[in-house]
Design a protein around this ligand. Structure first.
Ligand code: UD1
Length: 359
């Protein structure tokens, strides 16, 4: 049986790693790994392969950056050509990036079964490119592997037959548990000059936050106010670094701006922090799992269970709310996570077992 796995952008790598690791133990499965090249900088791509033990991709389509249409179209053209030569019994796509929908469309049109890992998440905000990618990928997938009951419900409401939906748990947590098990020094500070628990961590890269000058300036003002109380470490995404220059956004000296970190270094950074400010999707889950307070700088989230059952608080983009919620944490208020079922590090096992039994 030939599994063709697709990765393209940073958040895909930690999702494919556990699936490939488990599938490699099955004698009947041959694996092919395709990197679309959506992300190409070393610290956005290659360093994750090295750390997470993902083997070198069989092919890199080298599509690079572009508008959504250019990027999606280019991936489709190149992936279709590759698959027409290579074939495959199942194509596995993960998450919600442009590579996910582009390769999903190619699979479906070539009548190759499609598996979507992390299916069913919805922010209900169709201005987010990821929301369109999620909706469309789920609509054409044959196997929809979901992380939480809420995702199953979303899919059922959209009319997806329940036979296609498999609640398997959160694949990101597989990688988190695996990394924590093999890395002994996670409780050592990443920077010698910052004390454990005495700093906050920030990530920011959503187009809705950083591509609009006024919105980005407003968020920066909030962060500069918080930085008077606590140092903030900010690994800045390339998109964000470009916008900072373009919009001339200045940050307080107590905000330490660094380049994007590898998986392990970033884990060390946020695991030992006081709290996290982010607009990322997966970080909302990882902080919930590790019981670290998380403030999400967005109007909505496709992971509402991190709010109802976890440590996440949605703070939007308004300066006052971002500052107020940060101060609450600094003053000792902290949500207690209730725990998520199936966040047990065995999601990849369940996925491979289901595919093995059904294909
Ligand atoms: C993509 C995903 C987003 C995910 C994010 C994680 C889509 C629609 N968005 O957003 O869901 O949360 O990845 O990082 O797929 N760039 C570099 N080097 C790189 C990659 C990008 O410099 O290795 C710069 C380029 O200027 C590029 C910009 O970052 O134009 C944005 O990259 P792109 O892949 O379009 O989307 P992301 O914002 O990274």
């Amino acid at each position: 049986m030939k599994f063709v796995h697709v990765v393209g952008a940073r958040p895909n790598f930690m999702k494919i790693a556990p699936i490939m690791r488990i599938a490699s133990k099955c004698d009947n499965i041959e694996q092919v790994l395709v990197h679309t090249g959506q992300h190409y900088d070393n610290n956005m791509s290659k360093c994750f392969f090295d750390e997470l033990g993902i083997r070198k991709p069989d092919v890199n389509l080298e599509v690079g950056s572009g508008t959504h249409g250019e990027q999606t179209g280019e991936i489709m053209k190149k992936f279709e050509k590759f698959i027409m030569e290579e074939g495959g019994d199942i194509i596995v796509v993960v998450g919600d990036v442009n590579s996910t929908i582009a390769c999903g469309l190619v699979a479906t049109k070539l009548h190759i079964p499609l598996a979507h890992v992390e299916a069913g998440l919805r922010s209900f905000d169709r201005r987010m490119p990821e929301e369109i990618n999620r909706l469309l990928t789920d609509a054409i997938s044959d196997y929809l592997f979901t992380p939480a009951e809420e995702a199953d419900e979303n899919l059922r409401k959209e009319g997806i037959p329940k036979e296609k939906i498999y609640l398997v748990g959160d694949i990101m947590i597989d990688t988190l548990i695996w990394e924590m098990g093999k890395t002994p020094n996670l409780d050592k500070p990443l920077f010698e000059d910052i004390e454990l628990g005495k700093y906050a961590v920030l990530t920011l890269h959503r187009p809705s936050n950083v591509d609009d000058k006024e919105t980005f300036k407003g968020i920066a003002e909030a962060l500069n106010t918080i930085a008077r109380e606590i140092e903030i470490v900010f690994p800045a995404h390339p998109r964000t670094q470009k916008r900072m220059e373009e919009f001339n956004i200045s940050f307080d000296r107590n905000i330490r701006i660094i380049n994007p970190l590898s998986y392990k270094d970033f884990l060390r950074l946020y695991k030992n922090s006081k709290f996290v400010l982010t607009d990322s999707g997966s970080i909302q889950q990882e902080t919930t799992y590790l019981n670290i307070p998380c403030l999400t700088i967005r109007e909505n989230t496709e992971r509402p269970f991190t709010i109802t059952k976890g440590t996440n608080v949605l703070v939007g983009m308004k300066k006052d709310v971002i500052v107020e919620e940060s101060l609450k944490i600094l003053n000792g208020t902290q949500k207690k996570p209730l725990g998520m079922s199936l966040w047990d590090g065995k999601t990849a096992e369940r996925i491979v077992k289901i595919l093995n039994a059904n294909l």
